[in-house]
Design a protein around this ligand. Structure first.
Ligand code: ZN
Ligand code: ZN
Ligand code: ZN
Length: 325
């Protein structure tokens, strides 16, 4: 497979045949304790006192990215392409089968978050990777195939289009006003209080002003921080974040059992040696956050192909309903 850039939108497309990963005939759940032989070997894990894993990380069985080699960025006439260098890891977040994230205790969620942070820090040491993408698809409408709590971590040599847009507009706002765009949003939301769903001392959760999906919720740290993985090393922050996630997802799950969670975190600063300008003000202008995107129905054509969203539920009403759940 290789990465090709769409020169008209500058987004990157992964193209070519997917290798490996024949379907297993085994009926066991590959993510349960005791079926580790059905997955690639453990990259890292957190263990309990009896030596059994509680959170386990391994490579995807049929990865769309290859870890070995150089990017070999090349031109083909006016077009740009490079090799599919990257990493695709799965994090199994609990040994318990068939549960969802808010069923875990706050301490268990803290462990999951710590593992995300540890993987991001480790993968960022590889300067070939520009961005480490953490996401979760939960429930059938969010196209999760295995009913065992897990998330994906994908390290890629490009910045995903939506994150790239966020970085660009955050930088523009900062250049113009000398303030972080997200800190400004937090200030306004906590003053207006019509879209807030939950607040604790370190985090705020609200339905964004232009929500793309019904009951969409963003969770942001109140104090400015661009780096998710560094922020999480503070035990109080990790606990508050786990509390916010547990509260919000419990509410969302009363409405739908299908949702995506995406992390928008700072790109890998070590991969930008020659592009200092692009990320030079990153520490001040980017503010990490997560977006919870509930799925009430399958995505329509206009939404998935044109990125034009129609949401019939105003976020003010969604926030009020979520507060009451
Ligand atoms: Zn299982
Ligand atoms: Zn900020
Ligand atoms: Zn975002």
């Amino acid at each position: 497979m290789e990465l090709r850039q769409d020169i008209t939108t500058r987004s990157w497309i992964l193209t070519g045949k997917r290798e490996g990963g024949s379907a297993s005939k085994d009926n066991r759940c590959p993510f349960c304790r005791g079926s580790e032989d059905l997955t690639p070997k453990t990259i890292t894990a957190f263990y309990n006192q009896s030596g059994e894993w509680n959170v386990r990380v391994f490579s995807d069985k049929s990865p769309v990215f290859q870890i070995e080699g150089n990017l070999e960025r090349q031109a083909e006439g006016m077009f740009d392409k490079m090799r599919n260098i990257g990493a695709h890891e799965l994090i199994v977040e609990s040994p318990k089968h068939g549960i969802s994230l808010p069923s875990l205790s706050e301490n268990e969620i803290v462990d999951v978050l710590r593992m995300y942070g540890a993987r991001v820090s480790d993968l960022k040491r590889d300067s070939r990777f520009k961005y480490i993408h953490i996401f979760k698809n939960h429930g059938s409408l969010a196209s999760s195939a295995i009913d065992h709590l897990h998330s994906h971590i994908v390290a890629i040599p490009v910045i995903p289009a939506r994150v790239e847009k966020e970085l660009r507009w955050a930088k523009k706002h900062y250049d113009m006003k000398g303030r972080c765009l997200y800190c400004d949003i937090i200030y306004q939301e906590s003053k207006q209080k019509i879209r807030t769903v939950f607040e604790n001392k370190d985090f705020i959760a609200f339905c964004p002003f232009a929500s793309r999906f019904s009951y969409e919720v963003w969770i942001l740290p109140r104090i400015h921080n661009h780096s998710f993985e560094n922020n999480l090393t503070d035990g109080n922050i990790a606990n508050s974040f786990a509390e916010a996630i547990k509260v919000i997802l419990s509410k969302v799950e009363k409405i739908t059992t299908s949702y995506h969670i995406v992390f928008h975190i700072s790109p890998n600063e070590f991969s930008f040696r020659t592009l200092k300008d692009e990320v030079g003000t990153l520490i001040d202008d980017f503010h990490w956050h997560i977006e919870i995107l509930p799925r009430l129905e399958r995505a329509g054509r206009l939404q998935s192909e044109e990125e034009f969203y129609i949401n019939t539920l105003p976020p003010e009403e969604a926030a009020r309903m979520l507060r009451e759940k």
